[in-house]
Design a protein around this ligand. Sequence first.
Ligand code: KIV
Length: 265
Amino acid sequence: MPPITTASLIQMKEQGEKIAVLTSYDASFTSLLEDAGIDVILVGDSLGMVIQGQESTLPVDVEDMVYHTRCVARGRRNSLLIADMPFMSYSSAELALKTAGHLMKDGGAHMVKLEGGATQLETVRQLTSNGIPVCAHLGLLPQSVHKLGGYRVQGRDDESARIMKEDAMALEAAGAQMLVLECVPTDLAAEISRELTIPVIGIGAGAGCDGQVLVLYDMLGITPGKPAKFVKNFLRHTHSVAEAVSAYVKDVKAGTFPAAEHSFE
Ligand code: KIV
């Protein structure tokens, strides 16, 4: 199978083929995700919560991300590998270049992800003009949880929806090659997905996005605590982790996940 690239993801969007994305943090799970035909693997800074047991993603540092990205890269075969830039590791364009370079050169990432809209445009321009592919992230921004006042659906009123649409367009124009939308009403996420030429990957953003992402431990039902509304436990009706991941890929490709019960109005 040919490797997934930023070009093949755009082609998938154009052809209406849904993109299946999961997080991974180590080589063994990555190999299993590859066997199931995952398109994109995200080494999310969610590792702070599901691997390190932290209360938020804020304490994760660049060396944590490089270490886990390197582990994942050893198990990767065809998927595109994205690594999160952790909190405060891209607070200036100069620092972002240093962090992204480390994640790509020493971790083996193909693309880096950062959170934020208008404030990140210059950073996105700098990264992409230096040959670093960028995945942007709008909606609920976990690194801004204290500013947002909690993990809440974003873009529900007209003004915040307008700003999110403008930010999405501006990020694409600045060179971002993928966008994650987290906890965004279904209709707004679908509209943004239609407007953009780059793939839009949703998490709690409804079935109208070009692809879906979940935190691996959430979709296996092993994250402690009450699962978020947008999470489906794929292990519950299967017999193994491999079967659960295959069921996720199949449901994303078929457009049957997420259902209305996993989405927001
Ligand atoms: O860190 C992460 O796992 C993420 C996903 C929730 C998109 O950013």
